[in-house]
Design a protein around this ligand. Structure first.
Ligand code: NCD
Length: 299
């Protein structure tokens, strides 16, 4: 459910398998398997890449959304999971607005459960695809060690940050947080990371990677920043921040003009398109491992 206890070797194994998938060296690893995609919260790239990954790998795929399922009739998450389990699913990919939803689901099914984002909890496959995209850009997983990454923005509401930070650490990277106090979680004090108050300060620190997070207004209970314009002034990235060797990352969806100005999204320094593309390879690997289908990996 989280990447906290995943070792460097295990990360490497998943990324290698993703590389095999991208290189066409996995032959229909999910043939005969049934994958349920239960996206009870909005999603574009995560749901689309999981679905493509599962179908291309030969699985039977069942896709459920909140609105299209009996959840809206009042059926519980547990009853939904038990129902899908009785249909013989081998793996459940679940996104839910409640932190802990994937762990709860895992208690009620023998199928492998993959957390595709649980509220402000975790988003492990996002962190894996970020490591994959970075490894590709920097010339290999070993090249990540010692790199400085600044995580910028709404860390408080970000499940992405809670998965990316331990994943970057395990890869040997140095991580700093860049956010106003109002967008830092209380527990971040225990993370023992440097905290900076602007993108400029992160660049002075020597950040080689700026990992931007969306202002997640749908999860905010009150105003957390004085104004969006004020936020963008200190925490938004624009052309003047770009410099040779600096890489820009963002899990998407992007609020253009808030955390990043529009034309920087597709600049040569931006890994945002690479992150999306990496999702397919990484999720194929994760599904194959989860469904116990890796023995079909072609040499
Ligand atoms: C993120 C998510 O849903 O957690 N997006 C994603 O999966 N690519 C980040 C976000 O919503 O801001």
């Amino acid at each position: 459910m989280s990447l906290e206890n995943v070792t460097r070797e295990e990360l490497q194994e998943i990324l290698d398998l993703a590389g095999d998938s991208a290189g066409g060296r996995l032959e229909q690893p999910l043939e005969g398997k049934t994958i349920c995609l239960a996206f009870f919260e909005p999603s574009t790239r995560t749901s689309a890449s999981f679905e493509l990954a599962a179908r291309r790998a030969g699985a039977d795929v069942v896709s459920l959304s909140r609105e299209g399922s009996s959840i809206v009739k009042g059926e519980s998450l547990v009853d939904t999971v038990v129902t899908l389990s009785n249909l013989g699913m081998d793996a459940l990919v679940i996104r839910h607005k409640a932190a802990g939803a994937a762990s709860l689901a895992a208690r009620y099914t023998e199928a492998a459960v993959i957390n595709a984002g649980d509220g402000c909890g975790q988003h492990p496959t996002q962190a894996l695809l970020d490591l994959y995209a970075l490894s590709e850009a920097l010339g290999g997983f070993d090249e990540l060690a010692g790199r400085k990454a600044a995580i910028v923005g709404d860390i408080l509401h970000s499940r992405v940050a809670r998965s990316v930070i331990p994943a970057f650490h395990t890869a040997g990277m140095e991580v700093a947080l860049v956010a106003p106090d109002t967008l830092l979680p209380q527990e971040s004090g225990a993370w023992n990371l440097s905290v900076m108050d602007s993108v400029d300060a992160a660049l002075e620190w020597g950040a080689e990677i700026l990992y931007l997070l969306r202002l997640q207004k749908e999860r905010m209970t009150g105003a957390r920043v004085p104004s969006v314009g004020e936020y963008a002034r200190y925490y938004g990235v624009n052309r003047s921040h770009l410099r040779p060797g600096l890489l820009i990352m963002h899990p998407g969806p992007v609020n253009r003009g808030v955390e990043i100005v529009g034309d920087v999204v597709l600049d040569g320094s931006s890994l945002i398109p690479n992150q999306v593309a990496a999702g397919l390879a990484v999720r194929t690997a994760v599904l194959a491992l989860a469904a116990g289908a890796t023995q079909k990996v072609a040499a």
